[in-house]
Design a protein around this ligand. Sequence first.
Ligand SMILES: Cc1cc2nc3c(=O)[nH]c(=O)nc-3n(C[C@H](O)[C@H](O)[C@H](O)COP(=O)(O)OP(=O)(O)OC[C@H]3O[C@@H](n4cnc5c(N)ncnc54)[C@H](O)[C@@H]3O)c2cc1C
Length: 486
Amino acid sequence: MTRILVCVKFIQGELNPFDAAALECALELSDSAARAGREPVRVWVLGMGPALWEEPMKRLTRLGKPETFRAVLLSDSAFAGSDTLATSRILAAAVRKIEAENGTMDWIFCGRQTIDGDTAQVGPELAQMLNRPFLTNVMACPDIFAAEQGTPADGSFRVSTRLGEERIKTPALLTMERIRDLRFPSLRSRPGAVDFLNRSALGLSPSECGLAGSGTRVLETFRAERGRRDCRWITSEELIPLLDELRNRPKMGMEIPQSPKRLPCLHIVGPETEAMARSIADEVIFVKKGSPEEIVQEIRDADAVLWNADFWGRKTAPQVAAMLQAGLCADCTALETDGETLFLYRPARSGDILAKIECLTRPQMATVRTVGECADFIIAGGRGISGYWEHLRIFAEKIGAEPAASRALVDSDHVPYEFQIGLTGRRVSPKIYLAVGISGAVQHTCAMDTSDFIIAVNPDRDARVFEYADYGIHGDFAELMKLVNI
Ligand SMILES: Cc1cc2nc3c(=O)[nH]c(=O)nc-3n(C[C@H](O)[C@H](O)[C@H](O)COP(=O)(O)OP(=O)(O)OC[C@H]3O[C@@H](n4cnc5c(N)ncnc54)[C@H](O)[C@@H]3O)c2cc1C
């Protein structure tokens, strides 16, 4: 019998879309086992949240039969305020308990990330705590019942991820991309029961959960001000001559301000974060990108460690954090210190809020967004041009720019993730950044606000993006397309 456990989170009453994809994959495998006349697949959905999640969890039970589909809600006031480390610890304790009663889960499916936190840390941390192999960014539901997968010679399964074809042996954990929508329950289905587990049922002490068990703490939140500019209004007809003029200007260098107070020493994994590290520490120690075990040996006694928030860093840093039981702050955009503690800044919620965070454990660890190689001229589209991604690409080609997108456009137009600019996409600093149909949420501006020149086009004169623009066009994409005869 195949057992699959799916971790789920609700955000404002809705199932996190990445978790919805993970659950749909589990249900599809259950369907294909039934079609092939195999033993039924048993599915568990596991959520950690307040008791009012009982209702949405109950709705999920309508997707399966009570004999093969169970919903378990981890709920306790002691769990409130858990960061990713404490959350993974609680989930790991729950998985162990469920497995003790039902047998080992062949597969644990998680969404790649949640859309509110976007850290992508819980999957890798959970896998590490359960000592299970894992793959992230899974792009297709693994066909574990396909003929060639049925008796794999080495016992491993083929899984398609963002890196291509990878193989993994069960029991294993996969983090799913947003590759499926969750089906609707049949009209005749009835909701089943939701099992509740609290802290004591999981055998955890209060110090392992919630704020007390977290490795990071938010110190304060405040309005993000960095990168604001004075916007000069121009007409759409002035755009092309302006671009010609700006293109001919020499590229300005991007300066990282030096911190007045400094850490004596900072470890960095890989070379990418060197400039940021040198802006805040007197000595920078390079750690080779090796296996998590090798890295743990190198940094066990370090005071603070920075990782580049690229694909590899976002997968490996949480694994190492779980091995060291250390807090890890994801996707930091700025660093500060009082000479001892490393303070980390990260956009929080949507809008324009920044959070100042500290690590309570040692080593203090963070993944940071570094500015990558990019074209001199980028045109990025947002939700305001939804349905026009292909037009934006043509427009970009005609004006000699590289196309890019906000997360909202990536989601709405199924634009490949590689094009996403922002906190959880790429961070760029081109000579010209032309933002069309983008409102200017801090998660977007934090990744482009060091561009030499920013031009924003938006029909909403009050859009926040204009506060970050040198030039503003009060208009829409249709006007721009006319300029180049699209
Ligand atoms: C943890 C976390 C991480 C995130 N990471 C990222 C990230 O990496 N990148 C990112 O971009 N966002 C990210 N976000 C999302 C971010 O908060 C915003 O929701 C997102 O940037 C909004 O995208 P948008 O500006 O395209 O859409 P909206 O905010 O919906 O803005 C659309 C704009 O289009 C304008 N418009 C409407 N019609 C037209 C038209 N015809 N022509 C031109 N303009 C028009 C509107 O006036 C509006 O200003 C993240 C959020 C969280 C919580």
